[in-house]
Write a protein that binds this ligand. Structure first.
Ligand SMILES: [Cu+2]
Length: 214
């Protein structure tokens, strides 16, 4: 095979293997049968993937005295910034074993970038405003998504193989059994469903901005 033909052949293989990737649509309901937003779903397989592949940094902002988004899901090794969009100072921290860290009083641009290298749930808080809470789910796989308001999460580009589909929600009561899904056909869409007993988020009192010194 000529060099040019070899290049053309390998691009073809790449195109074909991409076209063969599966899509997984996950539907999540709460115990009352209502769609459950902010559920993290991720697929674990024995298939190899390039764990060193650089991932785009992710931002968890502070907007109107809250963490936005409330729940973030990232692959282990991803860098996160914490821009403060409020006119007051925040002091972001976590005591979670997966990534204890602290960013002392600041506003505006994130003073540091934090690399989340260990899988686990990282609970975020603000040292000044105790109603502020957020979550970063650090997962050991590039295949993940989060449910929207309709309770739907879509995981794309899954190579053929058998996967355990895991679900996690910050308010879940009790453990959630993973679902086993096998993608054997090319370019297929598969589905999985979870019912999670998770009470809705209760809004906490936030003093108005003009009453806050910090
Ligand atoms: Cu704060």
């Amino acid at each position: 095979m000529s060099r040019l033909a070899a290049i053309a052949f390998s691009s073809l293989v790449l195109a074909v293997s991409h076209a063969g990737a599966a899509t997984l649509q996950v539907q999540v309901k709460d115990a009352a049968g209502k769609p459950l937003a902010d559920t993290v779903v991720y697929a674990i397989s024995g298939a190899p993937f390039d764990a060193r592949k650089p991932r785009a940094p992710v931002a968890v902002e502070q907007v109107d005295r809250e963490f936005v988004p409330y729940v973030t899901v990232i692959q282990a090794g991803t860098t996160v910034t914490f821009p403060n969009r409020d006119p007051i100072l925040h002091h972001v921290y976590s005591f979670s074993p997966a990534k204890p860290f602290e960013i002392k009083l600041y506003t505006g641009k994130s003073p540091v970038e934090v690399v989340f290298d260990k899988p686990g749930v990282v609970t975020l808080g603000c040292n000044i405003h105790d109603w502020m809470i957020g979550y970063i789910a650090v997962v050991p796989t590039p295949w993940f998504a989060k449910t929207d308001a309709a309770g739907t999460a879509i995981v794309r580009d899954l190579p053929a193989g058998a996967y355990d589909i895991h679900a996690w929600h910050p308010h879940q009561r009790g453990a959630i059994d993973p679902a086993r899904v096998t993608f054997d056909a090319a370019s297929s869409t598969h589905t999985a469903a979870f019912t999670i007993d998770a009470p809705p988020r209760k809004p906490k009192y936030k003093p108005p901005l003009d009453r806050l010194k910090y």
